[in-house]
Each structure stands twice: as structure tokens, then as C-alpha cells.
Design a protein around this ligand. Structure first.
Ligand code: G
Ligand code: G
Ligand code: NA
Ligand code: MN
Length: 256
């Protein structure tokens, strides 16, 4: 019963609000940006989480207009924060792309049009593709990533470590960031061997000139360890859950 029309923005705004989870610069503790995470406020069922409806939207193709909506709404919002809140001039926004979006050449036009419309600096936009999507058809993925890179946006590999990355390909990806999957972060306190995995991923990323975002930071111990491993950015409930836009706005005002 997911029914969407790309042009129906007022319905999209109320039924598919975009939430924002802070991404923190670990050395300074300041908010560097947000990840956009869509929700579905279903008129009958109440709030539905994306883990449930994104796969459905992928199957039906609705992910194309829904994804375009999230991209536009999030870019517009971040541009507004940059302009209206002192110290937020360089705020970034990370946006998830599904496999179906990534495999459509139209995506390039959608990105270019959205950047033009919202006047957001492309360097402030980071598009996240999961490891399993880029590894599905590696050569085609590299070609697409290079076309996206030509639009001057930043690129990130999401959920790193959960798929089957061929290390021989990783250096060919024009990506700026690796996101360490939260399953690795949450296991760090279980022992030295678990910590070694996180350290290895971070060192690998740095050797490939990529920055690292650690997902799912929930405790001060995890935060301290990630700082000591020179991880650049962190995200997780320790800092904040995904927030509706007015709460994210309030947080930015109180966290200069
Ligand atoms: O917020 P939650 O933990 O339920 O999100 C689950 C997953 O849904 C996330 O890992 C993310 O990959 C996916 N997701 C959230 N928002 C979007 C979106 O706008 N587009 C796509 N393609 N996936 C999203
Ligand atoms: O990588 P992906 O796009 O799937 O990750 C985003 C999802 O992770 C979001 O849906 C968000 O709700 C969830 N998330 C973010 N921080 C934490 C955390 O600290 N703990 C847990 N369990 N989930 C988190
Ligand atoms: Na993500
Ligand atoms: Mn992830």
C-alpha cells in the first residue's frame, strides 16, 4: 500500500518526513553534519521504519520518487541551516542511495538538478552506497561512482565490513569515506581481537586516503577507543538518535 507520486510534495512532506542524525567530528566533538533518514508516517499504521518499507519501495520502483524527495528535502534543509545558523556554513548532509537508484543513469540528472535548485555546495553532499551494492557489479559501479564524482559530490561506502569487499577493488573506488558498520563498533568492548578488526578497517581506509565514520556509537568507552584509533567521525545514540528537523535545528542552535 505504498503509493507515491514524485510531484506530490505536500503529501510527501507529511507522510515521509526526513529525520536527521548528527555526525560528529570526533577530535572537536562538534556536529560536522547529519545523515538523512526517511520515516513513513502511515495514516493507519503509524510510524513505519525504513528497514521495513525501503525494500518494498525498491521492489515497486517507488524508491525513485521517494529517493528524489529525500535528496531534495535534505539538501534544502541543510542549505537553510548553513545560511541561518552561525557556525554552520560548512555543515554536510549524508544521503543513502539504494541499489535501484544507483543503477539508474537518471540519478545523475536528479543530483545535478537538485544541487541547482537548492544551491547547496556539492562538496557538502555525501552520497552513501552500501558495500554490497558497489560490489554487486564492480566495474559498472566504479564507472557510475566516477560519473557521480564529476558532479563534485562526496561519496561514501556504507555498512563497510558486512559485505564481501574485494580489497583489490577498493582502491579503485573514488570514494571519500568508509562507514564502519555498527556491528563492529558494538563488539569492540568484547576484546582485543574485536578491536583489532575496527583498527584494521580504519587503517585500511586511511591508507586509501579515505576518512572514516564509525556508526552506532552508544557508550563513552566506544567513543574513547575510536578517538584513540584516529577515526575522524562518529554517529550513534551516544550523541543523538535521528531527530525530526525542528529538534535538529534546536540542537544546532545549542551546540555551536
Ligand atoms: O532509521 P533506520 O535505522 O530504520 O534505517 C534503516 C535503514 O534504512 C538505514 O540503514 C538506511 O540504509 C535505510 N534508509 C533510511 N533512509 C533512507 C533513504 O532515504 N533512502 C534509502 N535508500 N535508504 C534509506
Ligand atoms: O547504515 P545505515 O544507513 O543502515 O544506518 C542508519 C541506521 O542506524 C539508522 O536507521 C539509525 O536509526 C541506526 N542507528 C544510528 N545510530 C545507532 C546506534 O547508536 N545504535 C543503533 N542500534 N542503531 C543506530
Ligand atoms: Na547509511
Ligand atoms: Mn550504515
Amino acid at each position: 500500500d505504498l503509493q507515491l507520486r514524485g510531484e506530490d510534495y505536500s503529501a510527501l512532506n507529511s507522510q515521509f518526513p526526513v529525520y536527521y542524525q548528527p555526525i560528529v567530528d570526533l577530535p572537536s566533538g562538534r556536529i560536522a553534519g547529519f545523515e538523512a533518514l526517511v520515516r513513513w508516517e502511515h495514516p493507519q499504521r503509524g510510524r513505519v521504519f525504513p528497514g521495513e518499507f525501503i525494500p518494498l519501495a525498491e521492489e515497486t520502483g517507488e524508491i525513485i520518487p521517494l529517493g528524489a524527495w529525500v535528496l531534495e528535502e535534505a539538501c534544502r534543509q541543510v542549505r537553510q541551516w548553513q545560511q541561518q545558523i552561525p557556525g554552520c556554513e560548512h555543515l554536510t548532509i549524508a544521503i543513502n542511495l539504494s541499489g535501484k537508484q544507483f543503477n539508474q543513469l537518471d540519478l545523475l540528472d536528479t543530483i545535478a538538478t537538485t544541487l541547482e535548485l537548492t544551491q547547496l555546495d556539492p562538496h557538502c553532499v555525501k552520497l552513501e552506497i552500501t558495500e554490497s551494492v558497489v560490489m554487486d557489479e564492480v566495474e559498472a559501479a566504479i564507472a557510475m561512482l566516477n560519473k557521480m564524482k564529476a558532479l563534485n559530490v562526496k561519496l561514501g561506502i556504507d555498512d563497510f565490513g558486512t559485505g564481501y569487499s574485494s580489497l583489490s577493488y577498493l582502491h579503485q573506488f573514488p570514494t571519500d569515506t568508509l562507514k564502519v558498520d555498527r556491528s563492529f563498533v558494538s563488539r569492540m568492548e568484547q576484546g582485543e581481537d574485536k578491536r583489532a578488526i575496527v583498527k584494521t578497517i580504519i587503517d585500511l581506509a586511511h591508507n586509501l586516503n579515505m576518512e572514516v565514520v564509525a556508526e552506532g556509537i552508544e557508550t563513552p568507552e566506544e567513543l574513547a577507543r575510536l578517538r584513540s584509533l584516529a577515526c575522524e567521525y562518529g554517529q550513534g545514540y551516544f550523541f543523538a538518535k535521528p531527530l525530526p528537523k525542528h529538534e535538529a535545528t534546536a540542537l544546532l542552535h545549542s551546540n555551536p
